[in-house]
Design a protein around this ligand. Structure first.
Ligand code: GNR
Ligand code: NI
Length: 167
């Protein structure tokens, strides 16, 4: 296994759209295993392949308190959205920034698991938020793009300054 580098906003590679996975094979399972190690090491609740510069439709989520319920979604599609709720979100690609984002309250998602088996899941709460947040990543969208231009500009400036200092 390996810990992968997580791209940091405003890296333009975070805006590349992810391609569907045509064939789930050993290389897919290696990616999933490396993404899991990366997500747990970073203490994230979710991780999209886009964040580790792999532009394929692969998402991992574990919202369990003891980090024991890894969920893998390949080629995910949301087939139902219901209600709206405002939730505070953070992102491993936008460290230190927490902002409220409005999203569907509950969703139904259909996807393939790492063995290529199709499943359907009804999700609400943090899991529903995460599914939508991670699917945004696959479409090249970072959660701050739900905010006003003013807030986005401030966040971009803050992160660029921090990255300059760290370099
Ligand atoms: O770790 C994460 N926590 C989180 C909290 C609220 C809403 C969404 C998330 S996802 C985030 C990990 C991440 O950046 N996934 O892309
Ligand atoms: Ni994120």
């Amino acid at each position: 296994m390996a810990i992968l580098e997580i791209l940091q906003y405003p890296d333009p590679r975070l805006h590349l759209p992810a391609a569907r996975v045509e064939k789930i094979d050993a290389s897919t399972r290696t990616l999933v295993s490396n993404m899991a190690e990366t997500m747990y090491a970073a203490e994230g609740v979710g991780l999209a392949a886009t964040q580790v510069n792999v532009h394929q439709q692969v998402i991992l989520i574990d919202t369990s308190p003891d980090r024991s319920e890894l969920r893998v979604f390949i080629n995910p599609e949301i087939t139902r959205r219901e209600g709206m709720a405002l939730n505070q979100e953070g992102c491993l690609s936008v460290p230190g920034v927490y902002e409220n984002v409005e999203r569907a309250d509950s969703v139904t998602v259909t996807a393939l698991d790492e063995n290529g088996a199709r499943f359907t899941l009804n999700a609400s709460g943090l899991l529903a938020v995460c599914i939508q947040h991670e699917m945004d990543h696959l479409h090249g969208k970072v959660f701050v793009e739900h905010l006003s231009e003013l807030k986005q500009n401030r966040i971009r400036a803050k992160l660029k300054k921090r990255q300059r200092k760290a370099a």
